[in-house]
Write a protein that binds this ligand. Structure first.
Ligand code: ZN
Ligand code: ZN
Length: 127
């Protein structure tokens, strides 16, 4: 999730609580540490870390998208996916704009939209 307005979306109590929890986590020291650890793990697994859509080199200045919130605060490695800011925003725009995507489980939608964006072969912008 990224900071942006939710025009026209109903804020159910569950969504508000979930978002407050998410926001608190994302600003926490624990999240900062998890990002660093995730980066180290990724480098150990595959060397250079890249944006899952455009293949541009990913660093800790870039975004990590939550594939699932099931373990918020104690994320498994595969709960997170590396994206540049540009493609992260694109993913959320497509998601927000489509009831069909929103109806799917978060992980399924994430993988589907990433595959869709990859097909359009848009490269990561220079940063
Ligand atoms: Zn996200
Ligand atoms: Zn990218």
């Amino acid at each position: 999730m990224i900071g942006r307005k939710y025009i026209g979306r109903k804020l159910t109590p569950k969504r508000i609580t979930g978002r407050a929890r998410y926001r608190k986590h994302i600003q926490s020291r624990a999240w900062f540490d998890r990002r660093e650890r995730w980066f180290e793990e990724s480098q150990q697994i595959g060397g250079i870390v890249v944006c899952a859509v455009g293949g541009g080199r990913w660093t800790l200045k870039d975004d990590l998208h939550h594939v699932t919130y099931d373990r918020l605060g104690q994320e498994d490695h595969d709960d997170l996916v590396a994206l540049c800011r540009f493609h992260h925003e694109q993913l959320h725009q497509i998601w927000d704009a489509s009831r069909a995507w929103r109806r799917l489980p978060r992980g399924t939608a994430t993988k589907g939209i990433i595959a869709l964006l990859k097909q359009s072969s848009s490269r990561c912008p220079d940063r």
